[in-house]
Ligand binder design. Structure first.
Ligand code: ADP
Ligand code: NI
Length: 199
């Protein structure tokens, strides 16, 4: 049995072991930033801090893009959470918060904690860090940066397909404010990108 602080530090270590060598933009530092942003949002929104922080750390475990055997990854996580003494109903609440996070699934999470974690994950896909992640991800998919005649499936196209839409998809007021600033930064980045592209 561990107290909540010890449990969070065990979770952090568990996540470090799984993600430290990822090169697709889903590395340990993505999980760390999502955990930190989720904690900030949770305080402002009066959501459950422990659920938000742990679900944020764990949110990409079992993602089909990242795990060869997603079900095994989820099962191992379940055994781990029980082993460090997280109560069964808390574990279930964490899963609920994790499950609807993905942008690709397009779900609005049912719980406030799910909304917080989804917003935190989406904020990390925006702004300067979000821009870095697009090109990191694009590189691992052997995707072009951009192409005049065929912009489809380029990393720049991904801004229009996803990143510029995220601002309007935030669930919490606290996230809307941060998203606004990051959105403007991405618009300015694209202006400069096309200025240089055409020069
Ligand atoms: P989720 O894992 O929440 O479903 P995504 O897989 O769409 O979200 O996005 C995770 C990260 O990968 C984000 O930073 C996103 O911008 C980036 N990403 C996803 N798809 C692409 C793509 N086609 N090109 C470039 N970056 C991408
Ligand atoms: Ni994520």
């Amino acid at each position: 049995m561990e107290n909540k602080k010890e449990q969070l530090s065990s979770i952090r270590e568990y996540v470090y072991n799984l993600f430290h060598d990822d090169t697709t933009g889903h590395d340990f530092h993505h999980m760390k930033r999502v955990a930190r942003i989720a904690t900030t949002l949770a305080r402002k929104e009066r959501a459950d801090l422990f659920i938000c922080e742990s679900a944020a750390w764990l949110h990409d475990i079992g993602d089909k893009k990242l795990f060869a055997n997603p079900e095994l990854a989820r099962n191992e996580m379940d055994v781990f959470l029980a082993k460090i003494g997280v109560k069964r109903n808390t574990i279930e609440h964490i899963y609920k918060a994790m499950n609807d996070v993905s942008f690709s699934k397009g779900n609005i999470p049912a719980t406030l904690e799910g909304k917080v974690v989804q917003d935190a994950d989406r904020l990390d896909a925006m702004g300067a860090i979000g821009i870095a992640r697009v090109f990191a991800f694009g590189g691992t998919r052997e995707q072009l940066i951009y192409h005049d005649e065929k912009p489809e499936n380029t990393s720049i196209q991904h801004f229009y397909d996803k990143l510029l839409k995220l601002k309007s998809l935030m669930n919490t007021q606290a996230a809307i404010e941060i998203a606004q600033e990051r959105h403007v930064f991405m618009e300015n980045y694209l202006d400069q990108f096309f200025l240089e592209w055409k020069s």
